[in-house]
Design a protein around this ligand. Structure first.
Ligand code: NAD
Length: 510
C-alpha cells in the first residue's frame, strides 16, 4: 500500500475557514462562525483512523438563528425576486469555482469519506454539471396556459417554496448537497443545509464558494451537527417551509412525523435493497463487470447499490465463480493511492454495522463465498476496511437479503424464468433501483416495466444523469430529485386567472 504523507492528504483543508481555536466554522447566512456554545466534533480519517480536524457542531440555537436569517432573506430579501437570469449566472459561477478547484475538492472528499480519488473526481465533475443543469433550467418556461371560457384567461407560474431545510448523509457528501442546493437556489428558495456529522468538509467549502460568488446574505447556511439536534431543529421548525432529506428509512420516518407540525413539503430519498437481475442469455462479461460495479462502487455505501444479485439458475455456478474470482482481485486500500479500487467505509460505526450483518449472514446459514471481514495486516487495523464479500445459498427471509447493509456485501439469489425473476426482485420493502441483463430486448423491457423501482437500467448499473429523475417506490422515499422533477419539487404552483371584461358579474341582484 502506498503511504500517503499526512501533509499531502490534508493539504486541501487549507481552503476551509477556521475559528481562533482552529476548528472549522459553521456558515451562518453569510458569515463563518463558531457554534453558539463553542462545541466541536472530531473528524476521523476513514483510511487511517487519525484525527483530521475538529468542526463546529451546530446547536439548536444556531439552527434557529439560521432559520431567522433565512426567513428574512426570503420574506424581505432580494433572492426570490432576483431575475432567473441572475440566479443562473450565480449558479454558473459556482460551477466554475468547483471546476477550478476540482483536484483539491476531490482530495477533500476522499479525506472526509474515504472513497477512491477517481470516484471523488467523478462526483466533483458531476456536482459542477448539476449547478450548470439547473442554471439552464432556471430560465426555461415553467408555467402552463389553459383554454378557459372568455373573457377569462388562466395560466400558472411556479414560485419558490421558501425556507428549505436540507439534510444529507455521508456517502456522497458533496453530490448530495448539490443535488439539493442547485434546484432549490435555481428556483429562488433559500437553504439551510445540514451535512452529515461525519462528512461536513466539502459542504463547508461549498459555502465559502457561495459567499465568494456574491449570493445575498441569508440565502445559504451550512450547519454541521448531530441529526437529533441540528437536523431535528430544522424538521420541527414552524418557520421552515420544506424539508428535503436523504438518509435512512427510520430517520426519514422521524422527519416525516416532525414535518407534520406545519405541514411542510417533504421529499425523502431513503434506502434500498436493489435487485440486479442477470438472465442466462446476458453478455457474460458485461454482466460480471456491472455486478461488481453495482455493489462495490463506493464500497457498497450507495443507496441504489445492486446488493441482491438475482441470477438465472442455469448460469449461476459459472457466474458466481467468476464474480468471486474478480471480487477477490479488487484492490482495497487508501483512497489516495492511485492503485486503490475500493476504499474504506466511512466510519468505525459503519464498519461494525457491516460486520454485524456478515455475522448475521453466517448465523442464518448463508454460504460465505468470499470476503467476510477486514483485510489482513496494517490496512485492516488502521482504517475502516471490509473486503468485497459475497453470500450464496441465501433464502428470501434472511436479514442479509431483506435489510440494507450499506457496505460491500452482495447476496446472491437464484431464479428460473422471467416470472420468478420479477417476483424475487420485487420481494422487498424497498423500491429504489434495479437492473436487468439480457440480450433479449423485448424481455428486458417486459421485466423492467414489472420492477417496482424508480431507477432502472438495462445492461448497465449505476450511471446517473443530472437530467433524469432520482427517487424510489415503496419505502425508498417520496418525490424525485434531479431533472425537471427536482426543480418542480422546489416550487409551488400558482394559478392566475385574469378577467378581461372588467365589469360586475351581476350574480347578486341587490
Ligand atoms: P441517517 O439517516 O443516519 O442520517 C442522514 C442524515 O440525517 C444525517 O445528516 C444525520 O445527521 C441526519 N439525522 C439523523 N437523525 C436525525 C433526526 N432525528 N432528525 C433530523 N436529521 C437527522 O443516514 P446515514 O447513515 O447518514 O446514510 C445512510 C442512509 O442514507 C442509507 O439508508 C442510504 O440508503 C441512504 N441514502 C439514500 C440515498 C437516496 O438517494 N435514496 C442516497 C444516499 C444515502
Amino acid at each position: 500500500m502506498l503511504h500517503v504523507e499526512s501533509w499531502a492528504r490534508t493539504a486541501s483543508l487549507r481552503h476551509l475557514e477556521r475559528d481562533a481555536a482552529g476548528a472549522f466554522s459553521l456558515y451562518l447566512g453569510g458569515r463563518f462562525a463558531a457554534a453558539s456554545d463553542g462545541g466541536t466534533r472530531e473528524l476521523l480519517d476513514p483510511a487511517t483512523g487519525e484525527t483530521i480536524a475538529r468542526v463546529a457542531e451546530a446547536t439548536r440555537a444556531d439552527v434557529e438563528r439560521a432559520i431567522a436569517l433565512a426567513r428574512t432573506a426570503f420574506d424581505e430579501g432580494p433572492w426570490p425576486d432576483t431575475p432567473a437570469l441572475e440566479r443562473a449566472r450565480l449558479l454558473h459561477v459556482l460551477a466554475n469555482a468547483i471546476d477550478a478547484n476540482a483536484a483539491d475538492l476531490a482530495a477533500l472528499e476522499t479525506l472526509g469519506c474515504g472513497k477512491p480519488l477517481r470516484e471523488a473526481e467523478y462526483d466533483v465533475a458531476d456536482a459542477a454539471n448539476c449547478f450548470r443543469y439547473y442554471a439552464g433550467l432556471a430560465t426555461k418556461p415553467h408555467g402552463q396556459t389553459y383554454e378557459v371560457p372568455a373573457p377569462s384567461q388562466s395560466f400558472t407560474v411556479r414560485e419558490p417554496i421558501g425556507v428549505c431545510g436540507q439534510i444529507v448523509p455521508w456517502n456522497y457528501p458533496l453530490l448530495m448537497s448539490v443535488w439539493k442546493l442547485a434546484p432549490a437556489l435555481a428556483a429562488g428558495n433559500v437553504c439551510i443545509l445540514k451535512p452529515s456529522e461525519y462528512t461536513p468538509l466539502s459542504a463547508l467549502w461549498l459555502a465559502k464558494m457561495v459567499a465568494e460568488a456574491g449570493f445575498p446574505d441569508g440565502v445559504l447556511s451550512v450547519l454541521p451537527g448531530a441529526g437529533p439536534v441540528a437536523g431535528a431543529a430544522l424538521a420541527e421548525s414552524m418557520d421552515v417551509d420544506k424539508i428535503a432529506f436523504t438518509g435512512s428509512v427510520p430517520t426519514g420516518q422521524t422527519i416525516m412525523r416532525a414535518a407534520a407540525c406545519n405541514v411542510k413539503k417533504i421529499s425523502l430519498e431513503l434506502g434500498g435493497k436493489s435487485p440486479n437481475i442477470v438472465f442466462a442469455d446476458a453478455d457474460f462479461e458485461t454482466a460480471i463487470d456491472y455486478a461488481l460495479f453495482g455493489i462495490y462502487a463506493n464500497a457498497g455505501q450507495v443507496c441504489s447499490a445492486g446488493s441482491r444479485l438475482v441470477v438465472e439458475r442455469s448460469i449461476a455456478d459459472a457466474f458466481v465463480a467468476e464474480l468471486v474470482r474478480r471480487a477477490e482481485r479488487i484492490v482495497t486500500g487508501d483512497g489516495f493511492d492511485p492503485a486503490t479500487e475500493m476504499g474504506p467505509l466511512v466510519s468505525r460505526r459503519q464498519r461494525e454495522r457491516v460486520e454485524e450483518y456478515i455475522a448475521i449472514g453466517r448465523t442464518e446459514g448463508a454460504t460465505l463465498a468470499c470476503g467476510g471481514g477486514r483485510p489482513p495486516g496494517e490496512l485492516g487495523e488502521r482504517g475502516n476496511y471490509i473486503l468485497p464479500t459475497i453470500f450464496t445459498n441465501t433464502t428470501p427471509q434472511m436479514r442479509i437479503v431483506r435489510e440494507e447493509i450499506f457496505g460491500p456485501v452482495l447476496a446472491v439469489q437464484l431464479f428460473e424464468g422471467e416470472a420468478e425473476a420479477v417476483r424475487i426482485a420485487n420481494d422487498s420493502p424497498y423500491g429504489l433501483a434495479g437492473a436487468v441483463f439480457t440480450s433479449d430486448a423485448a424481455k428486458a423491457h417486459r421485466v423492467i416495466r414489472k420492477l417496482r423501482a424508480g431507477i432502472t437500467w438495462i445492461n448497465a448499473y449505476h450511471p446517473t444523469y443530472n437530467e433524469a429523475p432520482w427517487g424510489g417506490y415503496k419505502q425508498s422515499g417520496i418525490g424525485r430529485e434531479l431533472g425537471t422533477y427536482g426543480y418542480d419539487a422546489y416550487t409551488e404552483v400558482k394559478q392566475i386567472n385574469v378577467n378581461l371584461a372588467v365589469e360586475p358579474s351581476g350574480w347578486f341582484k341587490g
